[in-house]
Design a protein around this ligand. Structure first.
Ligand code: ZN
Ligand code: ZN
Length: 243
């Protein structure tokens, strides 16, 4: 299983720097996790849009889903041009408006999930945990070929994430805030929270993501590593992690 970071900025994109998007691949099968602002143009540096038929959205904040509308239209146009024959499946928390938005565009389907569901998508088994965030949001665990990836999406620290992410081969944890800042009200983690999660879950490799647009990002790394797990890096657009 491989994970390509497409984008990692929190809230809004930078110039040529997309928000949340992760391309998960195993033996020619591709799954996109999140499709935030700026993901669609960046994604095409690595894969033809027609070669992805499954997109999971963790929640409906623009930095995680705003490019899905353009993706739906690309599938419509490319199907009519005969370039692709498969429908685009979009998975997300239940939401009538989003479901209508997806299904109003031909050749696209919507499937909802919550923490009671397991989704089997190609070779990937996906399970979910409800986050602490202002809108319905899920952490995702993807298991394939005895390897696991856990992506927290957006959440305040919660202790049950430790067991959810236990011994994961790759933990992609949000790290929106610097140590000392309080994420409880905003539904985000600071670097100390992310580091604690990395250490206590015993994740084998860790990426800090959903990064802030201010401060020195290396301070996030130092603070997170100080909690005990040394296998932590800052996520970067284009980064490939092979498991
Ligand atoms: Zn976000
Ligand atoms: Zn959010």
């Amino acid at each position: 299983m491989e994970c390509r970071v497409i984008g990692m900025w929190g809230g809004f994109p930078k110039k040529n720097g997309p928000c949340s998007g992760y391309l998960i691949q195993h033996e020619e099968f591709s799954l996109l996790i999140d499709c935030g602002s700026g993901v669609l143009p960046e994604l095409q540096n690595y894969i033809d849009l027609n070669d992805i038929n499954h997109v999971i959205l963790t929640h409906y904040h623009y930095d995680h889903y705003s490019d899905i509308g353009a993706y739906l239209f690309s599938r419509l146009v490319n199907t009519q041009l005969g370039r692709v024959a498969e429908e685009l499946y979009v998975y997300g928390p239940e939401d009538e408006g989003i479901q209508k938005q997806v299904e109003d565009v031909a050749y696209s389907r919507f499937i909802s999930f919550n923490e009671t569901n397991q989704l089997d998508i190609g070779p990937f088994t996906c399970t979910f945990m409800r986050n602490i965030h202002p809108v319905e949001t899920y952490s995702i665990k993807i298991v394939c070929d005895n390897k696991s990836i856990v992506f927290t999406s957006d959440t305040s620290f919660m202790s049950n994430l430790i067991s959810f992410a236990a011994n994961s081969d790759l933990l992609i944890t949000e790290c929106s805030l610097y140590e000392g800042m309080d994420g409880e009200g905003s539904g985000h983690m600071n670097s100390r929270d992310a580091g604690m999660l990395a250490y206590q879950s015993k994740a084998k490799r860790v990426l800090l993501t959903h990064l802030p647009h201010y401060g020195d990002l290396d301070d996030l790394l130092v603070s997170a590593k100080n909690q005990g797990n040394q296998h932590i890096k800052l996520a970067e657009s284009g980064m490939l992690i092979e498991l």
